[in-house]
Design a protein around this ligand. Structure first.
Ligand code: AMP
Length: 359
């Protein structure tokens, strides 16, 4: 058993060494922790700001043993961590936070929506399909047009196809590789919002102001926070976040993506059991950002304040947009956050900027 609250000087393990792992590592180092990263990439962005990095597949038993030997507890920066890796760490006796239920729910879109509805968080109508025939029937159930999504491993809009008529469902099913899918009713949303929330070891909760998010081709481009919205909508979002955190017996930071429908009602699109791109504004808009908050939560420290101290427009820098760093660095209201990735492939998240204004 890990002694909590975890004392400064202890080491925290992170599964995944991308930009989220990197920003977690920087926040953890401010609190006096050391970080060990496990990532198959021999030179991951988080590795260069961490005390140690273990280059190995996530389910490599020897690497997991090395991680467990180095770290007092383990967290993760992405939800597709193999369940076997978490089970292996538990078997060795190292705690992983957030726990296995959050991963199980977030790794499968059908499990996720079923969990949400069972916990009083409304979603669009959905149905699952394992075969082309079931896919046709599922479109008839939820109504056309419907959005077909692979149940597992989709991100940034990948693994998704719109189906205009039930008759087209078998082709879309084949295009997505014939793997299990869900069909979702089209959400005629007015805006996309998200709420970042945290739950501590003692069940205490903290929620940040909502962000308004703009996507292009399924990838987040821009967030504006705090989003302007009615007190009722904010209360509904906070209620939804609290139900999800409690239902998962969660420890750490979670991102909840929401659709704001006409009239202001909120539906949950999806949850991410980790720090989230739509929470990057908190780095310059809040006294304790989502990365420090996550480290505080998993380490058993008190949660920090979540109110906004500034208005922020967050812009993702995709691909060669990162070459604009000189210009951004010259803007007095702009904070530049770069991820140290060696190669700017098209669409790759290379960094972000926060444009900060007084509240
Ligand atoms: P996801 O991977 O589920 O977050 O979906 C990526 C993006 O696709 C979302 O941010 C929305 O813009 C859009 N989207 C997802 N699900 C739906 C839906 N049921 N109806 C309309 N648009 C959707």
């Amino acid at each position: 058993m890990t002694d909590l609250p975890l004392a400064p000087g202890s080491t925290i393990g992170i599964l995944g060494g991308g930009q989220l792992g990197r920003m977690l590592a920087v926040a953890a180092s401010r609190l006096g922790f050391d970080i060990v990263i496990l990532d198959p990439d021999p030179d991951p962005p988080a590795g260069r700001v961490s005390a140690h990095a273990i280059p190995a597949p996530y389910d490599d038993p020897r690497a997991l043993e090395a991680l467990a030997a180095a770290a007092s507890l383990v967290t993760y920066e992405f939800e597709n961590v193999p369940a076997g890796a978490v089970a292996k760490l538990a078997e060795i006796g190292v705690e992983v936070a957030p726990g296995p239920l959050a991963l199980k729910v977030a790794q499968d879109r059908w499990e996720e929506k079923t969990f949400l509805n069972a916990n009083g968080a409304a979603t669009v109508a959905f149905a699952k399909a394992d075969t082309a025939e079931e896919a046709v029937a599922a479109v008839e159930t939820v109504g056309a047009p419907a959005l077909m999504k692979t149940r597992r491993e989709g991100y940034d809009g990948k693994g998704q196809r719109w189906v205009e008529h039930a008759a087209e469902a078998d082709r879309a099913f084949a295009e997505l590789g014939g793997v299990p899918v869900i069909l979702e009713a089209a959400a005629a949303f007015e805006r996309e919002l998200s709420i970042i929330a945290a739950r501590g070891r003692d069940g205490s909760m903290a929620v940040y102001p909502l962000a308004e998010n703009h996507h292009e081709n399924g990838i987040l481009r821009r967030s504006i926070a705090p989003a302007r919205l009615s007190p009722q909508a904010r209360e509904q979002a906070e209620r939804i976040a609290a139900r999800i955190l409690t239902g998962l017996d969660y420890v750490g930071v979670i991102g909840v993506e929401l659709f704001e429908m006409a009239g202001g009602n909120l539906l949950v699109n999806e949850i991410a059991p980790r720090v989230h791109n739509t929470g990057h504004w908190t780095m310059d808009g809040c006294a304790v950002d989502q990365f420090e908050q996550h480290i505080r939560a998993v380490a058993g420290w008190p949660l920090g304040p979540t109110h906004a101290i500034a208005r922020v427009e967050m812009l993702n820098l995709l691909g060669d947009e990162v070459d604009g760093w000189r210009r951004f660095a010259g803007e007095p209201e702009t904070r530049v956050h770069l991820y140290g990735k060696r190669e700017a492939k098209p669409g790759r998240k290379m960094g972000h900027v926060n444009r900060v204004k007084a509240l």
